[in-house]
Ligand binder design. Sequence first.
Ligand code: NAD
Length: 443
Amino acid sequence: MRISIVGSGYVGLVTGACLAEMGNDVLCVDTDASKIRLLSAGSIPIYEPGLPELVERNSAAGRLRFTTDFASSIAHGLIIFIAVGTPAAEDGSADLQHVLAVADKVGSLLTDYRVIVNKSTVPVGTADRVQAQIGMRLSERGVQTRFAVASNPEFLKEGAAIDDFMRPDRVVIGSEDDEAISLLRSLYAPFTRNHDRLHVMDVRSAELTKYAANAMLATRISFVNDLARLAEKVGADIELVRRGIGSDRRIGTHFLYAGAGYGGSCFPKDVRALVHTGREYGIDLEVLTAVDRVNHRQKRILADKVVSRFGEQLNGRTLAIWGLAFKPETDDMREAPSLVVLEELVKRGARVQAYDPIAATAAQRLVAHLSGVNFVSDRMRAVEGADALLVMTEWREFRSPELTALKKLLRSPIIFDGRNLFEPSTMAAGGFEYYAVGRGDTL
Ligand code: NAD
Protein backbone atom coordinates (compact mmCIF):
# COMPACT_ATOMS: atom_id res chain seq x y z
CA MET A 1 0.00 0.00 0.00
CA ARG A 2 1.21 3.57 -0.61
CA ILE A 3 1.53 5.35 2.69
CA SER A 4 2.54 8.90 3.61
CA ILE A 5 3.60 9.88 7.10
CA VAL A 6 3.60 13.52 8.13
CA GLY A 7 6.08 14.12 10.96
CA SER A 8 9.28 12.08 11.24
CA GLY A 9 9.77 12.11 15.01
CA TYR A 10 9.68 9.12 17.35
CA VAL A 11 6.21 8.05 16.26
CA GLY A 12 6.33 8.98 12.57
CA LEU A 13 9.69 7.42 11.95
CA VAL A 14 8.92 4.17 13.77
CA THR A 15 5.54 3.93 12.05
CA GLY A 16 7.09 4.58 8.64
CA ALA A 17 9.92 2.09 9.13
CA CYS A 18 7.64 -0.67 10.47
CA LEU A 19 5.05 -0.21 7.71
CA ALA A 20 7.83 -0.30 5.10
CA GLU A 21 9.19 -3.48 6.71
CA MET A 22 5.83 -5.13 5.91
CA GLY A 23 6.26 -4.27 2.25
CA ASN A 24 4.40 -0.96 2.06
CA ASP A 25 5.73 1.94 -0.01
CA VAL A 26 6.26 4.69 2.55
CA LEU A 27 7.06 8.36 2.06
CA CYS A 28 7.85 10.38 5.21
CA VAL A 29 7.56 14.16 5.17
CA ASP A 30 8.75 16.66 7.74
CA THR A 31 9.08 20.45 7.87
CA ASP A 32 12.47 20.08 9.56
CA ALA A 33 14.83 20.11 6.58
CA SER A 34 17.90 19.16 8.64
CA LYS A 35 16.10 16.08 9.95
CA ILE A 36 15.11 15.02 6.44
CA ARG A 37 18.67 15.60 5.21
CA LEU A 38 20.02 13.35 7.95
CA LEU A 39 17.44 10.64 7.29
CA SER A 40 18.00 10.74 3.53
CA ALA A 41 21.74 10.35 4.19
CA GLY A 42 21.07 7.27 6.31
CA SER A 43 21.47 8.84 9.78
CA ILE A 44 18.85 8.56 12.48
CA PRO A 45 18.25 11.75 14.47
CA ILE A 46 16.93 9.94 17.56
CA TYR A 47 18.11 7.05 19.70
CA GLU A 48 15.77 4.08 19.42
CA PRO A 49 17.10 0.51 19.59
CA GLY A 50 16.63 -1.40 16.33
CA LEU A 51 15.49 1.64 14.36
CA PRO A 52 18.72 2.32 12.40
CA GLU A 53 18.80 -1.22 10.97
CA LEU A 54 15.11 -1.05 10.03
CA VAL A 55 15.47 2.34 8.34
CA GLU A 56 18.63 1.29 6.52
CA ARG A 57 17.14 -1.97 5.23
CA ASN A 58 13.93 -0.41 3.98
CA SER A 59 15.60 2.69 2.53
CA ALA A 60 17.97 0.43 0.59
CA ALA A 61 14.98 -1.56 -0.68
CA GLY A 62 13.39 1.71 -1.87
CA ARG A 63 10.32 1.23 0.31
CA LEU A 64 11.12 4.09 2.71
CA ARG A 65 11.84 7.58 1.49
CA PHE A 66 12.03 11.04 3.07
CA THR A 67 11.06 14.45 1.77
CA THR A 68 10.21 18.00 2.78
CA ASP A 69 7.87 18.30 -0.20
CA PHE A 70 4.39 18.14 1.21
CA ALA A 71 2.65 18.08 -2.17
CA SER A 72 4.43 14.89 -3.22
CA SER A 73 3.47 13.23 0.04
CA ILE A 74 -0.21 14.03 -0.48
CA ALA A 75 -0.01 12.70 -4.02
CA HIS A 76 1.78 9.55 -2.82
CA GLY A 77 -0.19 7.99 0.01
CA LEU A 78 -3.68 6.58 -0.15
CA ILE A 79 -3.39 6.66 3.61
CA ILE A 80 -1.82 9.77 5.12
CA PHE A 81 -0.77 9.51 8.75
CA ILE A 82 -0.45 12.63 10.86
CA ALA A 83 2.29 12.04 13.45
CA VAL A 84 3.32 15.58 14.37
CA GLY A 85 3.88 16.82 17.92
CA THR A 86 1.04 17.93 20.17
CA PRO A 87 2.93 19.64 23.00
CA ALA A 88 1.27 21.18 26.03
CA ALA A 89 0.06 24.75 25.64
CA GLU A 90 0.48 27.19 28.55
CA ASP A 91 -2.93 26.33 30.00
CA GLY A 92 -2.21 22.59 29.92
CA SER A 93 -4.35 21.88 26.87
CA ALA A 94 -2.87 20.07 23.86
CA ASP A 95 -1.46 22.54 21.34
CA LEU A 96 -3.01 21.49 18.04
CA GLN A 97 -1.30 24.01 15.79
CA HIS A 98 0.83 21.40 14.00
CA VAL A 99 -2.06 18.97 13.49
CA LEU A 100 -4.31 21.71 12.13
CA ALA A 101 -1.51 23.08 9.93
CA VAL A 102 -1.22 19.63 8.36
CA ALA A 103 -5.02 19.46 7.88
CA ASP A 104 -4.87 22.85 6.23
CA LYS A 105 -2.18 21.74 3.80
CA VAL A 106 -3.99 18.49 3.05
CA GLY A 107 -7.13 20.49 2.22
CA SER A 108 -5.11 22.80 -0.03
CA LEU A 109 -3.64 19.94 -2.04
CA LEU A 110 -6.12 17.06 -2.04
CA THR A 111 -7.54 16.05 -5.40
CA ASP A 112 -8.96 12.57 -4.87
CA TYR A 113 -9.90 10.07 -2.16
CA ARG A 114 -7.50 9.81 0.78
CA VAL A 115 -7.75 8.51 4.30
CA ILE A 116 -6.21 10.96 6.75
CA VAL A 117 -5.30 9.10 9.91
CA ASN A 118 -4.46 10.94 13.06
CA LYS A 119 -1.75 9.15 15.02
CA SER A 120 -0.78 12.13 17.16
CA THR A 121 -2.30 12.16 20.64
CA VAL A 122 -5.15 14.66 20.36
CA PRO A 123 -8.15 15.67 22.47
CA VAL A 124 -11.60 14.31 21.76
CA GLY A 125 -13.15 16.23 18.89
CA THR A 126 -9.90 16.85 16.98
CA ALA A 127 -10.85 14.52 14.11
CA ASP A 128 -13.94 16.70 13.60
CA ARG A 129 -11.74 19.80 13.48
CA VAL A 130 -9.36 18.15 11.01
CA GLN A 131 -12.35 17.12 8.88
CA ALA A 132 -13.75 20.66 8.99
CA GLN A 133 -10.41 22.26 8.10
CA ILE A 134 -9.86 20.00 5.10
CA GLY A 135 -13.48 20.47 4.00
CA MET A 136 -13.17 24.24 4.22
CA ARG A 137 -10.04 24.35 2.06
CA LEU A 138 -11.57 21.96 -0.49
CA SER A 139 -14.68 24.08 -0.86
CA GLU A 140 -12.58 27.27 -1.18
CA ARG A 141 -10.77 25.56 -4.05
CA GLY A 142 -14.04 24.29 -5.51
CA VAL A 143 -12.71 20.72 -5.38
CA GLN A 144 -15.21 17.96 -4.76
CA THR A 145 -13.68 14.79 -3.50
CA ARG A 146 -14.47 12.26 -0.83
CA PHE A 147 -12.01 11.84 2.02
CA ALA A 148 -12.12 10.20 5.42
CA VAL A 149 -10.56 11.25 8.71
CA ALA A 150 -9.79 8.44 11.15
CA SER A 151 -8.16 8.18 14.53
CA ASN A 152 -5.42 5.62 15.16
CA PRO A 153 -3.67 6.57 18.40
CA GLU A 154 -0.19 5.19 18.97
CA PHE A 155 0.71 3.22 22.09
CA LEU A 156 4.40 2.53 21.49
CA LYS A 157 6.93 3.07 24.26
CA GLU A 158 10.20 4.84 23.50
CA GLY A 159 13.05 2.39 24.02
CA ALA A 160 10.90 -0.55 22.91
CA ALA A 161 9.11 1.19 20.07
CA ILE A 162 9.87 -1.26 17.27
CA ASP A 163 8.71 -4.26 19.24
CA ASP A 164 5.60 -2.43 20.43
CA PHE A 165 4.70 -1.48 16.87
CA MET A 166 5.46 -4.90 15.41
CA ARG A 167 3.69 -6.82 18.19
CA PRO A 168 1.09 -4.44 19.52
CA ASP A 169 -1.12 -5.26 22.52
CA ARG A 170 -3.86 -3.70 20.46
CA VAL A 171 -4.48 -1.42 17.49
CA VAL A 172 -7.25 1.11 17.94
CA ILE A 173 -9.04 2.44 14.88
CA GLY A 174 -11.66 5.12 15.22
CA SER A 175 -13.71 5.75 12.13
CA GLU A 176 -17.23 5.65 10.80
CA ASP A 177 -16.11 5.31 7.17
CA ASP A 178 -16.31 1.69 5.97
CA GLU A 179 -13.71 2.12 3.24
CA ALA A 180 -11.24 3.71 5.69
CA ILE A 181 -11.84 0.95 8.23
CA SER A 182 -11.28 -1.73 5.64
CA LEU A 183 -8.04 -0.09 4.38
CA LEU A 184 -6.70 0.25 7.90
CA ARG A 185 -7.71 -3.32 8.73
CA SER A 186 -5.67 -4.63 5.82
CA LEU A 187 -2.73 -2.32 6.60
CA TYR A 188 -2.58 -3.62 10.18
CA ALA A 189 -3.42 -7.26 9.39
CA PRO A 190 0.25 -8.38 9.34
CA PHE A 191 0.79 -6.88 12.79
CA THR A 192 -2.21 -8.52 14.40
CA ARG A 193 -2.18 -11.88 12.60
CA ASN A 194 -2.04 -14.24 15.52
CA HIS A 195 -4.64 -12.56 17.66
CA ASP A 196 -7.39 -10.24 16.70
CA ARG A 197 -6.08 -7.17 18.42
CA LEU A 198 -7.87 -4.62 16.33
CA HIS A 199 -10.43 -2.49 18.14
CA VAL A 200 -12.65 -0.61 15.74
CA MET A 201 -14.71 2.10 17.39
CA ASP A 202 -16.10 5.56 16.87
CA VAL A 203 -13.56 8.37 16.50
CA ARG A 204 -14.23 10.04 19.84
CA SER A 205 -13.85 6.81 21.78
CA ALA A 206 -10.55 6.15 19.98
CA GLU A 207 -9.28 9.63 20.83
CA LEU A 208 -10.25 9.19 24.47
CA THR A 209 -8.77 5.66 24.65
CA LYS A 210 -5.25 7.01 24.15
CA TYR A 211 -5.58 9.55 26.96
CA ALA A 212 -7.26 7.01 29.22
CA ALA A 213 -4.36 4.57 28.76
CA ASN A 214 -1.67 7.11 29.62
CA ALA A 215 -3.74 8.56 32.46
CA MET A 216 -4.16 5.09 33.98
CA LEU A 217 -0.43 4.37 33.83
CA ALA A 218 0.44 7.77 35.29
CA THR A 219 -2.13 7.17 38.03
CA ARG A 220 -0.46 3.91 39.05
CA ILE A 221 2.90 5.70 39.32
CA SER A 222 1.58 8.61 41.37
CA PHE A 223 -0.43 6.20 43.52
CA VAL A 224 2.62 4.20 44.47
CA ASN A 225 4.72 7.34 44.93
CA ASP A 226 2.13 8.71 47.33
CA LEU A 227 2.15 5.44 49.27
CA ALA A 228 5.97 5.50 49.25
CA ARG A 229 5.88 8.71 51.30
CA LEU A 230 3.77 6.98 53.89
CA ALA A 231 5.97 3.88 53.77
CA GLU A 232 8.97 6.02 54.70
CA LYS A 233 7.16 7.51 57.67
CA VAL A 234 5.79 4.24 59.03
CA GLY A 235 9.00 2.29 58.44
CA ALA A 236 7.64 0.03 55.67
CA ASP A 237 9.38 -0.93 52.42
CA ILE A 238 7.38 0.08 49.32
CA GLU A 239 9.23 -2.53 47.23
CA LEU A 240 7.85 -5.32 49.42
CA VAL A 241 4.42 -3.70 49.37
CA ARG A 242 4.59 -3.51 45.55
CA ARG A 243 5.34 -7.21 45.29
CA GLY A 244 2.70 -7.95 47.89
CA ILE A 245 -0.07 -6.21 45.98
CA GLY A 246 1.27 -6.97 42.51
CA SER A 247 0.83 -10.69 42.95
CA ASP A 248 -2.92 -10.07 42.86
CA ARG A 249 -3.74 -10.59 39.19
CA ARG A 250 -6.30 -7.80 39.30
CA ILE A 251 -3.48 -5.41 40.19
CA GLY A 252 -0.28 -6.76 38.59
CA THR A 253 3.24 -5.47 39.20
CA HIS A 254 3.66 -3.23 36.14
CA PHE A 255 3.93 0.52 36.54
CA LEU A 256 3.95 0.34 40.32
CA TYR A 257 7.57 1.30 40.86
CA ALA A 258 8.14 4.10 43.35
CA GLY A 259 10.71 6.60 42.18
CA ALA A 260 11.58 10.14 41.20
CA GLY A 261 8.38 10.68 39.21
CA TYR A 262 7.31 10.19 35.62
CA GLY A 263 8.47 12.37 32.73
CA GLY A 264 8.75 12.10 28.99
CA SER A 265 6.86 13.52 26.09
CA CYS A 266 3.58 11.81 26.89
CA PHE A 267 2.40 11.20 30.47
CA PRO A 268 2.83 14.73 31.86
CA LYS A 269 1.26 16.52 28.93
CA ASP A 270 -1.46 13.94 28.35
CA VAL A 271 -2.62 13.94 31.98
CA ARG A 272 -2.79 17.74 31.94
CA ALA A 273 -4.54 17.82 28.57
CA LEU A 274 -7.17 15.35 29.79
CA VAL A 275 -7.80 17.43 32.92
CA HIS A 276 -8.15 20.44 30.64
CA THR A 277 -10.64 18.64 28.38
CA GLY A 278 -12.59 17.71 31.50
CA ARG A 279 -12.78 21.35 32.52
CA GLU A 280 -13.98 22.37 29.07
CA TYR A 281 -16.90 20.02 29.54
CA GLY A 282 -17.53 21.00 33.17
CA ILE A 283 -16.04 17.81 34.58
CA ASP A 284 -13.44 18.10 37.31
CA LEU A 285 -11.17 15.05 36.86
CA GLU A 286 -10.12 15.00 40.50
CA VAL A 287 -8.02 11.84 40.48
CA LEU A 288 -5.94 13.05 37.54
CA THR A 289 -5.48 16.50 39.04
CA ALA A 290 -3.97 14.77 42.08
CA VAL A 291 -1.87 12.48 39.86
CA ASP A 292 -0.25 15.54 38.27
CA ARG A 293 0.23 17.27 41.63
CA VAL A 294 1.84 14.20 43.20
CA ASN A 295 4.19 13.90 40.25
CA HIS A 296 5.27 17.52 40.52
CA ARG A 297 6.23 16.91 44.11
CA GLN A 298 7.85 13.58 43.29
CA LYS A 299 10.19 15.01 40.66
CA ARG A 300 11.82 17.06 43.41
CA ILE A 301 12.17 14.20 45.82
CA LEU A 302 15.89 13.53 45.42
CA ALA A 303 16.72 17.24 45.61
CA ASP A 304 14.61 17.45 48.79
CA LYS A 305 16.43 14.48 50.30
CA VAL A 306 19.80 16.04 49.43
CA VAL A 307 18.72 19.24 51.20
CA SER A 308 17.51 17.31 54.25
CA ARG A 309 20.87 15.56 54.41
CA PHE A 310 23.27 18.41 53.55
CA GLY A 311 21.27 21.55 54.38
CA GLU A 312 19.66 24.34 52.33
CA GLN A 313 22.98 25.69 51.03
CA LEU A 314 24.94 23.36 48.80
CA ASN A 315 27.87 25.70 48.11
CA GLY A 316 31.08 23.72 47.97
CA ARG A 317 29.23 20.42 47.45
CA THR A 318 29.79 18.28 44.40
CA LEU A 319 27.02 15.87 43.46
CA ALA A 320 27.20 13.09 40.91
CA ILE A 321 24.16 12.20 38.81
CA TRP A 322 23.76 8.89 37.04
CA GLY A 323 21.10 9.06 34.36
CA LEU A 324 19.39 12.07 32.83
CA ALA A 325 16.85 10.60 30.39
CA PHE A 326 13.32 10.22 31.76
CA LYS A 327 13.72 6.45 31.35
CA PRO A 328 16.35 4.03 30.04
CA GLU A 329 16.90 3.24 26.36
CA THR A 330 15.98 6.69 25.13
CA ASP A 331 17.63 10.05 24.55
CA ASP A 332 14.33 11.82 25.16
CA MET A 333 14.79 14.49 27.84
CA ARG A 334 11.31 16.04 27.62
CA GLU A 335 10.01 16.69 31.15
CA ALA A 336 12.70 14.42 32.64
CA PRO A 337 12.77 14.55 36.47
CA SER A 338 16.56 15.02 36.28
CA LEU A 339 15.97 18.52 34.91
CA VAL A 340 14.08 19.54 38.06
CA VAL A 341 16.78 18.06 40.29
CA LEU A 342 19.63 19.68 38.34
CA GLU A 343 17.94 23.07 38.51
CA GLU A 344 17.36 22.75 42.25
CA LEU A 345 20.89 21.59 43.10
CA VAL A 346 22.59 24.28 41.01
CA LYS A 347 20.27 26.96 42.43
CA ARG A 348 21.52 26.00 45.89
CA GLY A 349 25.16 26.33 44.84
CA ALA A 350 26.13 22.71 44.15
CA ARG A 351 28.42 21.61 41.38
CA VAL A 352 27.10 18.62 39.45
CA GLN A 353 28.97 15.89 37.57
CA ALA A 354 26.41 14.27 35.30
CA TYR A 355 26.57 11.10 33.25
CA ASP A 356 24.07 9.49 30.89
CA PRO A 357 25.02 6.87 28.30
CA ILE A 358 22.77 8.32 25.58
CA ALA A 359 20.89 11.46 26.61
CA ALA A 360 23.79 13.73 27.65
CA THR A 361 23.81 15.76 24.43
CA ALA A 362 20.07 16.36 24.57
CA ALA A 363 20.35 17.24 28.27
CA GLN A 364 23.24 19.63 27.68
CA ARG A 365 21.08 21.71 25.35
CA LEU A 366 18.31 21.94 27.94
CA VAL A 367 20.51 22.98 30.87
CA ALA A 368 22.89 25.26 28.96
CA HIS A 369 21.60 28.13 31.15
CA LEU A 370 22.83 26.42 34.35
CA SER A 371 26.39 27.00 35.41
CA GLY A 372 28.17 24.33 37.40
CA VAL A 373 26.96 21.26 35.50
CA ASN A 374 29.78 19.21 34.08
CA PHE A 375 28.85 16.37 31.72
CA VAL A 376 31.25 13.45 31.82
CA SER A 377 31.55 10.48 29.52
CA ASP A 378 31.94 7.72 32.09
CA ARG A 379 29.88 6.77 35.13
CA MET A 380 32.90 6.33 37.40
CA ARG A 381 34.32 9.72 36.43
CA ALA A 382 31.04 11.26 37.52
CA VAL A 383 31.46 10.07 41.11
CA GLU A 384 35.12 11.14 41.49
CA GLY A 385 35.33 13.44 44.50
CA ALA A 386 31.55 13.80 44.80
CA ASP A 387 29.82 14.22 48.16
CA ALA A 388 27.06 11.88 47.03
CA LEU A 389 25.68 10.00 44.06
CA LEU A 390 22.11 10.54 42.81
CA VAL A 391 20.59 7.86 40.56
CA MET A 392 17.93 9.36 38.29
CA THR A 393 17.49 6.78 35.50
CA GLU A 394 17.52 2.99 35.74
CA TRP A 395 19.95 2.34 32.89
CA ARG A 396 21.10 -1.28 33.02
CA GLU A 397 24.77 -0.30 33.45
CA PHE A 398 23.92 1.25 36.85
CA ARG A 399 22.35 -1.88 38.30
CA SER A 400 25.42 -3.73 39.55
CA PRO A 401 28.04 -1.13 40.43
CA GLU A 402 31.43 -2.13 41.76
CA LEU A 403 30.78 -0.98 45.30
CA THR A 404 34.39 -0.93 46.51
CA ALA A 405 35.50 1.23 43.59
CA LEU A 406 32.46 3.45 44.02
CA LYS A 407 33.22 3.96 47.68
CA LYS A 408 36.83 4.81 46.93
CA LEU A 409 35.94 7.42 44.33
CA LEU A 410 33.19 9.19 46.29
CA ARG A 411 34.32 11.76 48.85
CA SER A 412 31.63 10.40 51.16
CA PRO A 413 29.80 7.10 50.54
CA ILE A 414 26.27 8.47 50.19
CA ILE A 415 23.74 7.36 47.57
CA PHE A 416 20.33 8.87 46.83
CA ASP A 417 18.56 6.34 44.64
CA GLY A 418 15.61 7.79 42.71
CA ARG A 419 14.83 4.44 41.04
CA ASN A 420 15.19 1.97 43.93
CA LEU A 421 17.85 0.01 42.07
CA PHE A 422 19.70 -1.38 45.06
CA GLU A 423 18.92 -3.39 48.18
CA PRO A 424 19.20 -1.25 51.31
CA SER A 425 20.81 -4.16 53.20
CA THR A 426 23.52 -4.61 50.51
CA MET A 427 24.26 -0.91 50.58
CA ALA A 428 24.46 -0.87 54.36
CA ALA A 429 26.78 -3.89 54.31
CA GLY A 430 28.96 -2.09 51.76
CA GLY A 431 29.28 0.86 54.14
CA PHE A 432 27.02 3.22 52.21
CA GLU A 433 24.58 5.71 53.59
CA TYR A 434 21.69 4.85 51.29
CA TYR A 435 18.48 6.78 50.67
CA ALA A 436 15.88 5.32 48.33
CA VAL A 437 12.20 6.12 47.73
CA GLY A 438 9.75 4.63 50.21
CA ARG A 439 12.14 2.14 51.74
CA GLY A 440 12.23 2.98 55.39
CA ASP A 441 14.74 5.81 55.57
CA THR A 442 13.24 9.03 56.81
CA LEU A 443 15.05 11.82 55.00
P1 NAD B 1 8.38 14.50 17.80
O1 NAD B 1 8.47 15.86 18.34
O2 NAD B 1 9.49 13.54 18.02
O3 NAD B 1 8.13 14.56 16.22
C1 NAD B 1 7.21 15.38 15.62
C2 NAD B 1 7.74 15.72 14.21
O4 NAD B 1 6.71 16.43 13.50
C3 NAD B 1 8.96 16.61 14.22
O5 NAD B 1 9.99 16.02 13.44
C4 NAD B 1 8.47 17.91 13.56
O6 NAD B 1 9.47 18.57 12.80
C5 NAD B 1 7.35 17.39 12.69
N1 NAD B 1 6.37 18.41 12.29
C6 NAD B 1 5.79 19.39 13.04
N2 NAD B 1 4.92 20.08 12.29
C7 NAD B 1 4.93 19.54 11.07
C8 NAD B 1 4.22 19.81 9.87
N3 NAD B 1 3.33 20.80 9.81
N4 NAD B 1 4.47 19.06 8.79
C9 NAD B 1 5.38 18.06 8.85
N5 NAD B 1 6.07 17.74 9.96
C10 NAD B 1 5.85 18.46 11.05
O7 NAD B 1 7.02 13.91 18.38
P2 NAD B 1 6.66 12.38 18.74
O8 NAD B 1 7.28 12.02 20.04
O9 NAD B 1 6.88 11.52 17.55
O10 NAD B 1 5.09 12.52 19.00
C11 NAD B 1 4.18 12.74 17.95
C12 NAD B 1 2.77 12.51 18.49
O11 NAD B 1 2.62 11.16 18.92
C13 NAD B 1 2.43 13.36 19.72
O12 NAD B 1 1.08 13.69 19.67
C14 NAD B 1 2.68 12.42 20.88
O13 NAD B 1 1.91 12.73 22.01
C15 NAD B 1 2.24 11.09 20.28
N6 NAD B 1 2.87 9.92 20.88
C16 NAD B 1 4.20 9.94 21.20
C17 NAD B 1 4.78 8.79 21.74
C18 NAD B 1 6.23 8.80 22.13
O14 NAD B 1 6.63 7.90 22.88
N7 NAD B 1 7.05 9.73 21.69
C19 NAD B 1 4.03 7.64 21.93
C20 NAD B 1 2.68 7.64 21.56
C21 NAD B 1 2.12 8.80 21.03
